[in-house]
Design a protein around this ligand. Structure first.
Ligand code: FE
Length: 286
């Protein structure tokens, strides 16, 4: 069954970190969370004033952050001294688990910085596991060149499109996310199979696209009805979008900023642990 658009939401202009300007497509209102996805931020600017201050040291507990850099260069550093360079087209997959204190800083003085940060919730059984990182270079992610000129890049999950299997380095887990970066030429159509029962949405960051007759404009997020596929039709300027799907965890969510747990007691514990320096169970270096 074909998925259709359930809701269309305009991304909200906001700022985070030390004043990085961004558009929050998901997560500005708890009622528009899309289990297992908690938040999606889009940052895009040619003006260093919008991004140069970056995200100085801050904590996380209970979920995963997936940073995708479309353009630019950022460096990640955590409380244990782990460092990672995030370069054009690359992904950093961070499992905060029990806790992480890290900074995410632009490594450029000028030029364009464009990318996304997605938050994916962890099930209760995995919220307190040790933190883990995975850096995935642009070249490690599979791509499919469409006959009509567009391209699909798989950041996470597995999917078969036009008879070709795309299998990203990150796959599986309880949320089993599918994360695609899709570029479509003007008028191009793309059908993507999606697992029935998984929550799915798209975020359009260039152009305009139609899904089952309903249009989605730039900087809008569209959620879908259930079904086993979605068909995207790019309008006359073409389209570029993120397409995401994941298995809902179906657990209660208690959130306080960068801590996402199941109960308020667990949030209080996270705040105490952060205050006492035991959030990560390792001495804090930052
Ligand atoms: Fe962070």
């Amino acid at each position: 069954m074909e998925r259709t658009i359930l809701n269309t939401l305009r991304a909200m202009d906001t700022s985070d970190g030390a004043g990085v300007r961004l558009k929050r497509a998901l997560g500005y209102n708890p009622s528009v969370r899309l289990d297992p996805f908690l938040m999606l931020d889009a940052f895009s600017s040619d003006n260093p004033d919008d991004y140069i201050a970056g995200f100085p040291p801050h904590p996380h507990r209970g979920f995963e952050t997936v940073t995708y850099l479309v353009e630019g260069h950022m460096r990640h550093r955590d409380h244990l001294g782990n460092e990672g360079d995030l370069k054009q087209g690359g992904v950093q997959w961070m499992t905060a688990g029990r806790g992480i204190i890290h900074e995410e800083m632009p490594q450029q003085k000028n030029g364009s910085l464009r990318g996304f940060q997605l938050w994916i919730n962890l099930p209760a059984a995995e919220k307190m596991k040790p933190a883990k990182y995975r850096d995935i270079a642009d070249t490690e992610m599979p791509r499919l060149d469409l006959a009509s000129g567009g391209q699909v890049k798989a950041l996470a999950g597995e999917v078969t499109i036009a008879g070709q299997r795309l299998s990203a380095p990150v796959k599986g887990g309880q949320a089993d996310p599918l994360y695609l970066d899709v570029v479509l030429r003007p008028g191009e159509t793309l059908a993507v199979p999606l697992t029935q029962g998984h929550n799915a949405f798209l975020y359009l960051f260039e152009g305009r696209v139609e899904v089952a007759g309903d249009a989605v404009d730039t900087h809008h997020l569209a959620t879908f009805t259930d079904g086993d596929r979605v068909t995207l039709v790019a309008q006359k300027r073409g389209a570029r979008l993120l397409l995401l799907a994941g298995k809902p965890l179906g657990e209660p969510i208690a959130q306080y900023g960068p801590f996402v747990m199941n109960t308020q007691d667990e949030i209080n514990q996270a705040l105490r642990d952060y205050r006492d320096g035991t959030l990560t169970a390792e001495p804090s270096l930052l």
